[in-house]
Design a protein around this ligand. Structure first.
Ligand code: HEC
Ligand code: HEC
Ligand code: HEC
Ligand code: HEC
Length: 453
């Protein structure tokens, strides 16, 4: 009995995300204005004379665009800053964005930084010299830019005994730890809600127990000369940081299989199809990170032998909050009206994908209980219907074969799609097309045959 009680206590500890008071957000805030830009070297210096390959990889990754990328710029300048000016509760949040997106600007006290078009040092985003001079983090849980930064001659790296004409090189265990990534990949907002928890999801999942780190999937090992005058290492860390903005990384993340309950039917019959969705690739949930923006949906369509197509609605399971996981024609995101100076703003369509499709998401709610894409204005979270690492989710679709369906083979295809930003929001805020490009994660088809009497 006692051992069961102890076990369930530990299970409880393990299953509940650490609860923290919003006061602890202040840990990261303490570093505002504590450094100067000139203490940090520019990425061009590291990249042109020495670390050429790594520099070119970083240039292509979102790390070098965390401040300048179009959606970041729009969300920061059109929503977060104006909202902060009008609402005391979220007043400080807009400064904090920079703690992760432009960490040097935050530490230099340059907030809000000049707009990207002004080409200031904020544009360096998450740079070489920022990461390679971090020595640890403050507090117990890495989150909200609670990294410890110590810029200077010493650069920290993964190897012992490196010699460089430019700087002193020291080995750091911390850089190699997922907690380092967690200082920016976990975020708690002013309401005490975990609005980003990629590192915590990883920690709860199977990969952390096997010692598979963030780096092993996002900074993979391969032969490379890490510095022009250095030697080639067989296991050099690639600075790819490929994620949601890399189609190839997203494709194949989930494997799909669809099958019917039987193979032969007549018009008027009901056929049940089952879809299994297996998360084989991500080390955290899918989607993760900016969960408030992302949308993943399962679309199932039948095509009869005459080429006519029929769309199927997902079978409801009846769990609490399910209405947020089935696409429908409702309006949401009304809280953008505050920043947009439109108190009567009615919102825009919640999903922008075919009605009746299953959506894998976790809704974020504003203080009035309406769905929001403004993570800083999130007071509660809804049902977590995302696909966990190595989890398999099952969905069913019941198809009533219409009287007019053509005789012969019917092909039924399940497609899982992904968009980085819900389209109605992107359309409203004029976010360029890349954010709403539909990425096909995977698809699979099966066949049944229709006979006439
Ligand atoms: C100083 C904060 C910071 C640290 C530390 C950090 N990141 Fe990030 N990372 C960001 C920000 C900000 C973005 C978002 C860029 C954007 O989309 O604007 C990002 C984006 C990413 C992406 C997504 C790219 C995409 O295409 O969507 C990956 C993958 C990633 N980081 C992995 C890592 C890993 C692995 C580590 C640890 C080795 C790490 N990050 C450490 C701030 C950080
Ligand atoms: C087993 C491999 C694996 C591990 C381990 C892993 N990831 Fe990922 N990660 C992926 C894949 C695959 C994707 C692309 C699909 C997606 O967007 O979720 C991804 C996506 C991401 C994204 C983009 C999410 C978005 O929507 O912007 C970020 C950020 C990220 N990972 C950070 C991390 C961090 C931080 C860790 C460690 C705490 C980590 N990953 C561990 C495989 C992994
Ligand atoms: C988001 C943080 C981050 C950024 C930005 C970043 N690095 Fe790194 N870098 C790391 C981490 C973490 C490792 C070690 C990974 C490991 O060993 O698992 C590393 C490793 C290295 C190494 C050693 C590679 C090896 O295998 O010996 C060099 C050299 C390096 N980085 C240079 C750079 C340069 C130059 C830039 C800018 C163009 C840069 N880094 C940008 C985090 C970063
Ligand atoms: C604790 C660190 C942190 C803070 C604070 C933070 N972000 Fe982020 N943000 C990230 C990371 C990491 C990502 C990238 C990947 C992901 O997890 O989706 C991201 C992604 C984004 C994206 C999506 C980019 C894309 O291309 O899809 C936007 C937009 C964004 N952040 C804006 C903001 C704004 C505005 C604020 C302030 C209100 C803010 N962020 C505060 C770390 C942070």
């Amino acid at each position: 009995m006692r051992s069961i009680a102890i076990l369930s206590f530990f299970l409880f500890l393990f299953m509940s995300l650490p609860a923290e008071s919003p006061d602890k957000i202040k840990v990261g805030e303490e570093s505002l204005g504590t450094k100067k830009y000139k203490e940090f070297q520019k990425p061009g210096l590291c990249g042109t004379s020495c670390h050429t390959d790594i520099y070119q990889q970083w240039k292509q990754a979102m790390m070098s665009q965390a401040y300048t990328h179009h959606w970041d710029e729009i969300e920061y300048f059109k929503l977060a800053i104006p909202h902060g000016e009008k609402d005391e509760k979220v007043a400080k949040v807009a400064d904090g964005c920079n703690g992760c997106h432009a960490p040097m600007s935050f530490m230099a006290g340059d907030v809000p930084p000049p707009k990207p078009e002004e080409n200031s040092r904020a544009n360096e985003s998450v740079s070489c010299d920022f990461c390679h001079t971090v020595t640890g983090f403050k507090g117990e849980i890495p989150h909200n830019f609670n990294y410890i930064s110590d810029p200077g001659r010493v650069k920290y790296g993964p190897r012992e005994g490196e010699v460089s004409p430019e700087h002193i090189t020291k080995k750091s265990e911390f850089l190699r730890k997922p907690e380092f990534c967690g200082t920016c990949h976990n975020e708690m907002n002013p309401f005490g809600i975990w609005v980003k928890s990629t590192h915590l999801e990883w920690k709860e999942g199977p990969y952390s127990k096997e010692g598979v780190r963030c780096h092993d999937c996002h900074m993979t090992n391969a032969p490379m000369k890490t510095a022009l005058m250095g030697k080639e290492y067989p296991d050099a860390r690639q600075h790819l940081f490929h994620g949601a903005h890399d189609k190839g990384k997203v494709q194949g993340t989930i494997e799909l299989r669809i099958h019917p309950e039987s193979r032969e039917f007549e018009p008027g019959d009901k056929v049940k199809f089952t879809v299994a969705l297996f998360n084989q690739k991500t080390g955290h949930k899918f989607p993760t990170g900016s969960v408030e923006d992302r949308i993943v949906w399962l679309h199932v369509e039948a095509k009869d032998s005459s080429g006519k197509t029929y769309h199927m609605k997902v079978d409801e399971k009846g769990f609490e909050g399910e209405e947020y996981t089935i696409s429908t024609d409702v309006l949401a995101y009304q809280d953008m009206g505050i920043a947009l100076d439109d108190p009567d703003f009615k919102g825009v369509q919640r999903d922008g994908v075919p009605f009746g499709d299953r959506i894998f998401r976790m809704p974020y709610f504003d203080p009035q209980g309406r769905m929001t894409i403004q993570q800083w204005n999130t007071k509660s979270l809804g049902v977590d219907y995302r696909i966990g690492p190595r989890e398999t989710k099952i969905e069913t679709f019941t198809f009533l074969l219409p009287d007019e369906i053509a005789e012969g083979e019917v092909t039924v295809t399940a497609t899982l799609n992904y968009q980085k930003l819900v389209k109605p929001v992107a359309d409203l805020l004029k976010v360029p097309g890349e954010a709403t490009e539909i990425i096909k994660v995977n698809d699979h088809s099966t066949k049944i045959t229709v006979f006439y009497d």
